[in-house]
Design a protein around this ligand. Structure first.
Ligand code: NAP
Ligand code: F7E
Length: 340
């Protein structure tokens, strides 16, 4: 008999890839969507006809809709991927961020504890929880101290610690994937990687159409020196599933083990359309700087490798290549440069 999994955050980047994976594995997937006045199901539109997919309206801040859905579907597995996931925005909306990203996780845990204790739970924890904390060898691992630097990260630490507490205190099969940055063709447009690759597509169009270089669009960013450990979301949802399949619940770092700066990302993305002097097209604006920054993230995924046999497949260069190529195609009508 096929298993049932509830996915909170199904309309997001990770939710869409995870749902593809679960459907391939013959799960019945129940996806929680928010009622919004404009569509939010674009990332899963290609899956909507699947008889194995059910969408239910609900919200992570609404305990009653979580309770009703879990009671009705009695899922073997619940994946909590829902969050107000933009770090910059969390400085402007700290209370909402905490209600959704922090307390929302507790809402699910409470329902599982009281009404569905056999259900396995996955929490989408984040490398942002480490903040500026780095191990002596230059990596962050499962035992690196958390030192959150944003309201988002504080909420994620609360959710992470709550998941751990419910595992230890009530025997719930609750696990956390401490995922480092992961991107994709489906990444939201306000994260720095997608902002860059969408811009590259516009610039490429400008250049291919032979328009004057002085009239080329400009890309406005914040801090270019921050380093991130960037992987591909398709790889990372495989780790989520593997984590939940383990006999014992536990927490795992999921990362590539490589750190690249925003400048590195820019250089690589511009190179895909044959532009070397990328700083001619980039400007910085303090409005994109954060009151507190996380300078350096690089994950040690050796536990995931040893216990889950998981490792990343998509390299940094391939990730950038795929995102640039996708955005150029999305913009339409153009032939790509040979290199992409
Ligand atoms: P995303 O694309 O921003 O997706 C977030 C999802 O949460 C969307 O489906 C969104 O729904 C939903 N959501 C937001 N508020 C909600 C609420 N109040 N009730 C129910 N659903 C709500 O994020 P992602 O990149 O896929 O990330 C998935 C999870 O992993 C998030 O928890 C994120 O914080 C965490 N994470 C991400 C990364 C990364 O690099 N991508 C790294 C570590 C951890 P709408 O579509 O309606 O907005
Ligand atoms: O910023 C810098 C910015 O917003 C990356 C989320 O998925 O990963 C993500 O959080 C870096 C930061 O991702 C701009 O200051 C410069 O140093 O793409 P981002 P993030 O903050 O690392 C973690 C692991 C999560 O859990 C989150 O949910 O890029 N940066 N200029 C900029 N960032 C943005 N967004 N926009 C800029 O113009």
């Amino acid at each position: 008999m096929s298993k049932t999994a509830i996915v909170f955050g199904i309309t997001g980047q990770d939710g869409s890839y995870l749902t593809e994976l679960l459907l391939e594995k013959d799960y019945h997937v129940v996806g929680i969507t928010r009622r919004v006045s404009t569509g939010n199901t674009g990332r899963i539109s290609h899956l909507m006809d699947s008889p194995q997919l059910t969408l239910v309206e609900g919200d992570l801040t609404d305990y009653s809709s979580i309770l009703r859905t879990i009671e009705e579907y009695r899922p073997e597995e619940v994946y909590n991927l829902a969050a107000m996931s933009h770090v910059g925005t969390s400085f402007d909306q700290p209370l909402l961020s905490f209600d959704v990203t922090g307390k929302g996780c507790l809402n699910i845990l409470e329902v599982i504890r009281d009404h569905s204790p056999f259900t396995r739970f996955y929490q989408a924890s984040s490398s942002e929880m480490f903040g500026d904390s780095i191990r002596g060898d230059g990596y962050q691992g499962e035992d690196t101290l958390f030192n959150p630097q944003s309201p988002y990260a504080i909420a994620k630490v609360a959710a992470h610690q709550a998941s751990k507490l419910y595992r230890q205190s009530y025997g719930i099969h609750a696990s956390c994937g401490i995922l480092f940055n992961h991107e994709s063709e489906r990444r939201g447009g306000r994260f720095v990687t997608k902002k860059i690759t969408k811009y590259i597509a516009r610039l490429n169009k400008h250049l291919v159409l032979g328009r004057p270089i002085e009239e080329a669009p400009i890309l406005t960013l914040g801090n270019l020196d921050a380093k991130r450990d960037w992987g591909h979301a398709e790889d990372y949802v495989k780790a989520m599933w593997l984590i939940v399949q383990q006999d014992e619940p536990d927490d795992y770092v999921v990362a590539t083990g490589e750190a690249h700066s925003v400048r590195d990302f820019l250089e690589t993305a511009f190179s895909k359309i044959g532009v070397e002097n990328y700083m001619d097209f980039v400007t910085q604006d303090p409005k994109y700087m954060r009151p507190s920054e996380v300078p350096y993230l690089r994950g040690d995924y050796s536990k995931a490798l040893a216990r889950l046999s998981w490792k990343p497949e998509v390299s940094f260069d391939k990730l950038v290549d795929r995102m640039v190529k996708y955005d150029i195609m999305e913009l339409g009508e153009l032939k790509c440069q040979d290199s992409i």
